[in-house]
Design a protein around this ligand. Structure first.
Ligand code: ATP
Ligand code: MG
Length: 218
């Protein structure tokens, strides 16, 4: 299992973050989430955070050059040698090409791209009920994954928040952006024969089982 490089692809709310965290624990693979990195940059008030904030809050993508540079820095760190799960990157064809070039240069190609095929009704329900821990990034859902104590993170005790970009009008914008800019990656990775689809509408446990099965056959 070492050296496994995985991309999770799918619309917002498909559960990429939730499943990446579980896989990272069960399979001991590093989880790299561009959404989490960007949110922590915003919290820390860095230059990158300042530039990214308005794009994120309005449901748009952060410009390619910013996220590509951010990922390049991350993939240059020594802990990625054992493999990684990329969650939220690439999100455009431009980003996918940049990633391909980086991995070609280090002769470490992707093992698999897992597409979370998810229906629109499920997405809207998940995002509107989502609550997030601003400190450790753990996601909850007011009905599907409630924390043990209402409004409090099970793992670190912080007060949970609703992300600004999980408001209904922003959710609609994010879905539009997904269809226009990210969905073309399905074709991109199909051509390279690295794509496998899983049913993103499944509940957490059956989908985790499905993902574990997929990874076993790699
Ligand atoms: P999921 O619910 O499936 O985990 P998500 O909806 O939580 O996905 P994040 O990955 O957290 O989405 O990303 C939140 C926002 O951060 C995006 O809407 C976008 O503005 C910005 N962002 C994250 N990754 C990228 C990227 N690769 N390119 C451009 N913008 C990005
Ligand atoms: Mg996420």
């Amino acid at each position: 299992m070492t050296g496994l490089r995985i991309v999770l692809l799918g619309p917002p709310g498909a559960g990429k973050g939730t499943h990446a965290k579980v896989l990272s624990r069960t399979h001991g693979i590093l989880h790299i989430s561009t959404g989490d990195i960007l949110r922590s940059q915003i919290q820390a008030g860095t230059e990158l955070g300042k530039r990214a904030k308005s794009f994120i809050d309005s449901g748009k993508l952060v410009p390619d050059d910013l996220v590509v540079e951010m990922i390049q820095d991350r993939l240059n760190r020594p802990d990625v040698q054992k493999g990684f799960i990329l969650d939220g990157f690439p999100r455009t064809v431009e980003q996918a090409k940049a990633l391909e070039a980086m991995l070609e240069a280090s002769k470490t190609p992707l093992g698999v791209v897992l597409e979370f095929a998810t229906s629109e009704a499920v997405i809207v329900n998940r995002l509107s009920g989502r609550r997030a821990c601003p400190k450790c990034g753990t996601n909850y859902h007011i009905r599907n994954i409630p924390p043990k104590q209402e409004g409090i993170c099970d793992l670190c005790g912080s007060a949970l928040i609703q992300r600004k970009d999980d408001k209904p009008e922003t959710i609609r914008e994010r879905l539009k952006v997904y269809h226009e800019q990210t969905a073309p990656l399905i074709k991109f990775y199909k051509k390279r024969k690295t794509l496998r689809a899983v049913n993103g509408d499944l509940e957490i446990e059956p989908l985790q089982a499905e993902l574990a099965k997929q990874l076993q056959t790699l």
